[in-house]
Write a protein that binds this ligand. Structure first.
Ligand SMILES: NC(=O)C1=CN([C@@H]2O[C@H](COP(=O)(O)OP(=O)(O)OC[C@H]3O[C@@H](n4cnc5c(N)ncnc54)[C@H](O)[C@@H]3O)[C@@H](O)[C@H]2O)C=CC1
Ligand SMILES: O=C([O-])CC(=O)C(=O)O
Length: 332
């Protein structure tokens, strides 16, 4: 059994926190021989509820869980952490776009970036979930100059999982038979869910390009893409609350693959700081096809981009440029 790792979850008294913490503490993400100390941060009025979450974690009787630190102080929460899952932020309500949360949420990520810089291990891996996730991640990274920008990522795995599930439903296979799906760009309704390079293994064992398995380009363009782009809004309309169970599952998938690596024949989608790949402006936090190995990620190179795809990739990049500029103004 290795030394315990310290994993911070912010907004831990909220609905994603409630769906997430059991899986982290149970070894589903960092492995069944990795002990864990949870640092749970929330705002002062939520500390009572957070105490109840701590009781429940104790009552789960999990041998890997060595301690649970509940706090409203960044100095305590960010101290010596190995992993930060930054969830705590206002969620959107019906009729809002995620970028409408920018003014309310971006200051949180400026402050938490500075706290990471000051108190966390320099090797800390950071996953930003709070919306607008890409731009919050950018602001967080900018405010933590002593931590490599490669250590920052934002969650687009939920969109990736949604895309796989829609294709699986359409073709009539299980989701594990769909691979090499990509979410490009922003975790917003401008994202580009791309199945041009995806493959599907049919129930007879034959593997086909997703386009050939689906055989319905109209469905891809006019149903699949908008459904994935607007799935978050559809959940809010139905539940009057934003996604939590599926978001927590996607957080676990994202962290586990970053930690243990992606399968040889597949990739995942992660929002990461662009190095200029695929002509995307350097420095934007943009979702790319990603492979992970030895706890580092790399962007899958060489995928063919036609004019149609280029237009969609540019549109979502333009929205991120606007969000970045608005965020810089809001945090001046
Ligand atoms: N990137 C993604 O795929 C997804 C992102 N989200 C986003 O995740 C965020 C959290 O969603 P929920 O858990 O549903 O919201 P929630 O409202 O249930 O919980 C948020 C928690 O954060 C806390 N909080 C607020 N300000 C904080 C601060 N400065 N420091 C620490 N904690 C703070 C609140 O007190 C609350 O307990 C939202 O911004 C939501 O839009 C949600 C689903 C998917
Ligand atoms: O849509 C929202 O506001 C919550 C979210 O990010 C998602 O479900 O993808």
């Amino acid at each position: 059994m290795s030394e315990p790792i310290r994993v911070l979850v912010t907004g831990a008294a909220g609905q994603i926190g409630y769906s997430l913490l059991y899986s982290l503490a149970n070894g589903d993400v960092f492995g069944k021989d990795q002990a864990i100390i949870l640092h749970l941060l929330d705002i002062t009025p939520a500390l009572g509820a957070l105490g109840g979450v701590k009781f429940e974690l104790e009552d789960c009787s999990l041998p890997l869980l060595r301690d649970v630190v509940c706090t409203d102080q960044e100095t305590v929460a960010f101290k010596d952490i190995d992993v930060a899952v930054l969830v705590g932020a206002m969620p959107r309500r019906e009729g809002m776009e995620r970028k409408d949360l920018l003014a309310a949420n971006v200051r949180i990520f400026k402050s938490q970036g500075a706290a990471l810089d000051q108190y966390a291990k320099k090797t800390v891996k950071v996953l930003v979930v709070g919306n607008p996730a890409n731009t919050n991640c950018l602001i967080c990274s900018k405010n933590a100059p002593s931590i490599p920008s490669e250590n920052f990522s934002c969650l687009t795995r939920l969109d990736h999982n949604r895309a796989k599930a829609q294709v699986a439903l359409k073709v009539g296979v299980t989701t594990d038979k769909v691979r090499q799906v990509t979410i490009w760009g922003n975790h917003s309704s401008t994202q580009f869910p791309d199945v041009r390079h995806a493959k599907v293994t049919l129930n007879n064992g034959e593997t086909k390009q997703a386009y050939d398995a689906i055989q319905d380009e109209n469905w891809i363009k006019n149903s699949f893409i908008p459904v994935v782009q607007k799935r978050g809004a559809a959940i809010i309309a139905a539940r009057k609350l934003s996604s939590a169970m599926s978001a927590a599952k996607a957080i676990c998938d994202h962290l586990r693959d970053w930690w243990f690596g992606t399968p040889n024949d597949d990739w995942v989608s992660m929002g990461v700081v662009s190095d200029g790949s695929y002509g995307i402006e350097k420095g934007l936090v943009y979702s790319f096809p990603i492979k992970c190995q030895n706890r580092t990620w790399s962007i899958v190179q060489g995928l063919e981009i036609n004019d149609w795809a280029r237009d969609l990739m540019t549109k979502t990049a333009q929205e991120l440029i606007q969000e970045r500029d608005d965020a810089f103004d809001a945090t001046k």
